[in-house]
Design a binder for this molecule. Structure first.
Ligand SMILES: [Zn+2]
Length: 157
C-alpha cells in the first residue's frame, strides 16, 4: 500500500539508489533531514531526504522514455499516453497548474503532496519541448499576462 512515507522513501528507491538486488531486505526510518536505511548484511546508513526527492523526479523522467504521446483531437488539452511495453494507456489533461493524469501514481502524489507529476505527465512535457514541470509552470505565469490585459481592456471599454 502506498503511504505518505513510502511514496517517497521506499525500499525500491533504496535498491535503485544503491544498485541492490530486488530481494534484499531493507528497513527505513525517518529522521529530520535524513532517512535511516538498513540493508540486510550491511551496516546501517543514512540517505538524505533530498536524494530521495531528486530520485523521485529523475526516476519518473527516466520511466517516461519510450512512452507514446498522442494529442486528443476530441478533447481539448488532453493527451493519451501509451506504454507499448505494458500495453497500458492513460489520459493526461494539460492545465495551467500542471498535468493531471488518471494513473495511481499521480493520484497518490495529489493526495500526499497536493500536487505532482507522473511519468505520463513528463512524457507530455517532453512532447511540448520542456524538460521540467517548473519550466512549464513558469511559462504559464508569463502566458497569463495577456489574459490580465484582456480583462483590463474589457473593463476599460
Ligand atoms: Zn500518470
Amino acid at each position: 500500500m502506498v503511504t505518505a512515507f513510502n511514496i517517497l522513501y521506499s525500499a525500491a528507491a533504496v535498491r535503485r539508489l544503491l544498485g541492490l538486488n530486488s530481494s534484499v531486505p531493507i528497513q527505513l526510518k525517518k529522521f529530520a533531514w535524513v532517512i535511516w536505511v538498513w540493508v540486510k548484511g550491511r551496516r546501517p546508513t543514512f540517505i538524505s531526504k533530498r536524494v530521495f526527492l531528486q530520485h523521485f523526479v529523475e526516476w519518473r523522467k527516466a520511466q517516461s522514455q519510450g512512452l507514446r504521446v498522442t494529442q486528443r483531437l476530441d478533447l481539448a488539452n488532453h493527451y493519451t499516453v501509451r506504454n507499448p511495453r505494458q500495453n497500458t494507456a492513460y489520459l493526461v489533461e494539460q492545465r495551467a497548474d500542471g498535468f493531471f493524469c488518471t494513473c495511481d501514481d499521480f493520484n497518490n502524489q495529489l493526495e500526499f503532496f497536493t500536487r505532482g507529476c507522473c511519468k505520463h505527465g513528463y512524457a507530455v512535457l517532453r512532447r511540448l519541448g520542456l524538460s521540467s514541470l517548473n519550466e512549464y509552470l513558469q511559462a504559464q505565469k508569463i502566458s497569463r499576462f495577456p489574459r490580465v490585459h484582456e480583462a483590463v481592456a474589457v473593463y476599460a471599454a
